[in-house]
Design a protein around this ligand. Structure first.
Ligand code: PMV
Length: 347
């Protein structure tokens, strides 16, 4: 009947890159200048929950609420996702005329994050992954997560990796149309389930320079950028896949920290320079170094995205050594506890 509302709900977790995506070779399709690799956090921690509904009774246009606030949906990135998903649904409808014509109904999308939005906590990754998954479920699309990652990538590059769980690569691809620039499962979470992430929320403020703007300026002005994209990252990708296959935590940790530093060095090498780390971020780096020195081995690794918040990877067996130490090393540091700083256990 004409009032029926079709609905589907899903959640998508945040992913935190250990090999960073930074640079677009095609800004419209979100095609990257290098491959990247991330760990998808568990569903119980940082995630976006999205409900997609459609009905012949809804009036156009499509709408989106994020944490109950109306959000624009007319931007090119969101439209690319909606158009691709509608095209897949419409192809299904034309092969099976008994299916209701959902592709022609206006959409109502409602999302909620359980963490600060746009603070360099990869909110756009979980956001677009959940949006694509929810609409794909609503439309009962048969496409695999990897196929859906091609669509999520057009919303936000890093979102393609949140369609898969565990250890996930985004292969940069070589084709001009981007059909080979998609997520690939390196290893399921069950391969190395002991991995943990501690997220130190240094600041929940919105980030200063958006990743899109930052990347474009870096590509255009950083002399270090070419070497990073063509030599540093390809080598780190190979080494990281080997470390994950062999469950080699010291190897994983060394590559992760070196990669984060390479990415932030390229930001500093941009004209004008981009500063994502602050004094508290640098104190977190010192904290990880102190933990490793005290342990006499590499028990923890830091990494930072386009913001000051620190993600510390460690193994479950080192929970006391790492999470415990952080409170004592940095507990009295200004901005660490209370209003501005908060530790969240992830993964
Ligand atoms: O997907 P975007 O446009 O939000 O870019 C994400 C960039 C980094 O988080 C810094 C790195 C990454 O690979 O996630």
């Amino acid at each position: 009947n004409g009032d029926h509302v079709y609905r589907a709900s899903t959640t998508a977790p945040v992913n935190i890159a250990v090999i960073k995506y930074w640079g677009k070779r095609d800004p419209r399709l979100n095609l990257p200048t290098n491959s990247s690799l991330s760990v998808t956090l568990s569903q119980s921690d940082l995630r976006t929950h999205t409900t997609a509904s459609c009905s012949p009774s809804f009036s156009p246009p499509d709408t989106l609420l994020l944490n109950a606030q109306p959000q624009p949906l007319s931007d090119a990135r969101s439209q690319a996702c909606l158009t691709s998903l509608r095209a897949l649904r419409s192809a299904l409808e034309s092969t099976d005329p008994s299916l209701p014509p959902l592709s022609s109904y206006p959409l109502r999308l409602s999302s909620a994050n359980n963490f600060p939005t746009a603070a360099g906590l990869a909110s756009s990754a979980a956001g677009f992954a959940a949006l694509v998954r929810a609409i794909a479920d609503l439309y009962q699309l048969p496409q695999s997560p990897t196929e859906l990652s091609l669509i999520a990538r057009q919303g936000s590059g890093s979102a393609c990796r949140s369609l898969l769980g565990g250890y996930v690569a985004w292969d940069q691809g070589t084709l001009l149309d981007g059909t080979d620039s998609k997520a690939r499962l390196v290893a399921p979470r069950s391969h190395w389930p002991e991995m943990r992430a501690l997220i130190l929320v240094v600041s929940a403020e919105k980030k200063g320079v958006s990743s899109t703007t930052g990347m474009q300026t870096t590509v255009q002005t950083s002399p270090m950028f070419q070497t990073r994209a063509t030599q540093v990252v390809p080598r780190a990708m190979r080494e990281m896949e080997t470390a994950i296959a062999g469950k080699d935590f010291p190897g994983f940790a060394k590559i992760t920290m070196r990669e984060s530093n390479s990415f932030h060095a390229t930001c500093l090498d941009t004209d004008p320079p981009i500063f994502y780390l602050n004094d508290v971020s640098r104190a977190a780096i010192k904290g990880v170094e102190a933990v490793n020195e005290k342990a006499g081995r590499i028990a923890a690794a830091y990494t930072f995205d386009a913001g000051p918040n620190c993600v510390v990877y460690y193994l479950e067996e080192d929970g006391d050594v790492v999470a415990g130490a952080f409170k004592t090393v940095l507990g009295e540091k200004e901005g660490w506890t209370g209003e501005q700083g908060k530790a969240v256990k992830g993964a």
